[in-house]
Design a protein around this ligand. Structure first.
Ligand SMILES: [Zn+2]
Length: 191
């Protein structure tokens, strides 16, 4: 049986002034809509301009501009209620071209407690090696890498049999670690 899990990142953006007044005023927005709530949900949010010319997004009822994420799905836990942090996360995801990298970035954040999503991108790229469906696939990859690094390909099978395969399949021997996230195995370079 296949179960499809909805992994779309989204947040329930609401007006804090209305909320503190006992009125729940806001709506769910997908991560890509959160940058422009007034454009996507004009019923709840509108663009306003301050006397000094500063443009901001406000609640259509009370014109309050303090907006917060009062609920989230599939967003890093460090986003919390911060609309700004969710936008920074969206910006970081946008810079990742491959689906594999976007999934791996979520796995990375599960293991690194930070809200500096753009600032950690370099470290993410340096440390991410690959992701796998199963641990055995990951260990096969590590074993192949170890053979390459140690230049053992030319060894006869009788000599290979003498090698300690458990050690050759141990990521820590290559200064790597594995984590599990969302049903996949991720391999990271220690750096
Ligand atoms: Zn309001």
């Amino acid at each position: 049986m296949t179960t499809t899990t909805d992994t779309t990142p989204r947040g329930w953006l609401g007006c804090l002034a209305c909320y503190n007044d006992g009125r729940l005023r806001g709506t769910w927005l997908n991560l890509d809509e959160l940058a422009e709530p007034a454009e996507h949900r004009p019923k709840y949010f509108q663009k306003m301009t301050s006397p000094s010319g500063y443009e901001f997004t406000a609640c259509t009822v009370c014109h309050g501009d303090e907006l917060a994420l009062l609920d989230t799905e599939n967003l890093p836990r460090t986003v919390g209620e911060s609309w700004g942090d969710a936008l920074a996360y969206a910006e970081a995801l946008d810079s990742l071209d491959l689906d594999e990298h976007r999934e791996a970035f979520a796995a990375y954040l599960d293991n690194h407690y930070t809200a500096d999503f753009v600032g950690v991108l370099d470290h993410f790229h340096d440390s991410f090696v690959a992701s796998f469906d199963y641990m055995t696939e990951c260990e096969d990859f590590i074993e192949d890498t170890a053979y390459d690094l140690l230049d053992l390909d030319g060894l006869s099978h009788s000599v290979r049999d003498l090698l300690d395969r458990d050690k050759l399949r141990d990521p820590s021997r290559l200064d790597m670690t594995t984590t599990n996230y969302d049903g996949r195995v991720y391999l990271w370079r220690d750096c």
